[in-house]
Design a protein around this ligand. Sequence first.
Ligand code: GLN
Length: 339
Amino acid sequence: MPNTLHVDYDLMTHDESEKIIREAMEKARQVIPEGKVADYIPELGKADPNKLGICIYPLQGEKITMGDYQTRFTIQSISKIISLCVALEIFGAKKIFEKVEAEPSGEAFNSLVELDLNSNKPYNPLINSGALAIAGMLIEEVSFHDMLRFSRELCSDHDIELNRKVYESEMSTCSRNRAIAYLLESKNIIESDVEDALKFYTKMCSLDVTAEGLSNFANLLANDGVGNITKKRYLASDTVRILKTLMLTCGMYDGSGTYALEVGIPTKSGVGGGLMAVSDKRAGIGVFGPSLDPRGNSIAGCRLLKEISRKLRLSLFFDSTYLGASRIDYSLNQRTGEE
Ligand code: GLN
């Protein structure tokens, strides 16, 4: 059935889905002024806050694209998924989780308090401390050029380059990440060269991607690591399972719980304004909107995903099984009045 968004209980046409997404874009645009672009990395402060774009790539049917879906922006923290994915494939889960936990941190993405006070391991690989630990492991096995090649392949985007301006801008203002990296060295979590690990991490954050490229990667994750068109397996099923689980529990930092309730799609954000969302077995989604909420997540992007998650029933926790049942017997609501 071409031309449909693959939601197996739903025969919504491409045009109907597009209409829903267009309306959601309009609603999302309204919240742009409530956020602001990241400026702690000076070069990111130059972004146009009014940009907004989305690309939805269903497992069946055609891509739906809107707005600034081809604009390049830096991947920032979404690169933590690429690094973790390569690390899982190289080292295996056991080795990774000896260095890093898999728990939501409840703190900001660049926090170091919980690392020093509560635990000797970073809380998870999707916050800065965890990703710096992973970078420390990766630099002993792969070069940045290998990572660039993997990133291009995973995103099916051969034009991804290192954005040197953003990289240099972040390297000149990264005292906090440097502090985290040295703290990790003091705890023997980083055992390689700390400055090299920091450079590698920052370079990965400075890859120039598009919402469309992120939707290609997300589509691969929604399809268990198998290419939708090539039918080639790029990633082990277990790697993909771990990535999606962590995206759901930790992908939106200390906003992950509310986001799971409101959107219910495993997602990773970056302070460049990107969101990569994996609607499992349904679609990969990439969003770009650089105006951020106080937690560093795209404010309009989250709003957009909330709208379409409901209307297109993309949440992991929507179930089609009983969709046809016209009336539900809410027996829990029926009180007998007896003591
Ligand atoms: N490069 C950024 C940093 O380390 C990434 C943070 C983010 O996207 N949340 O601060």
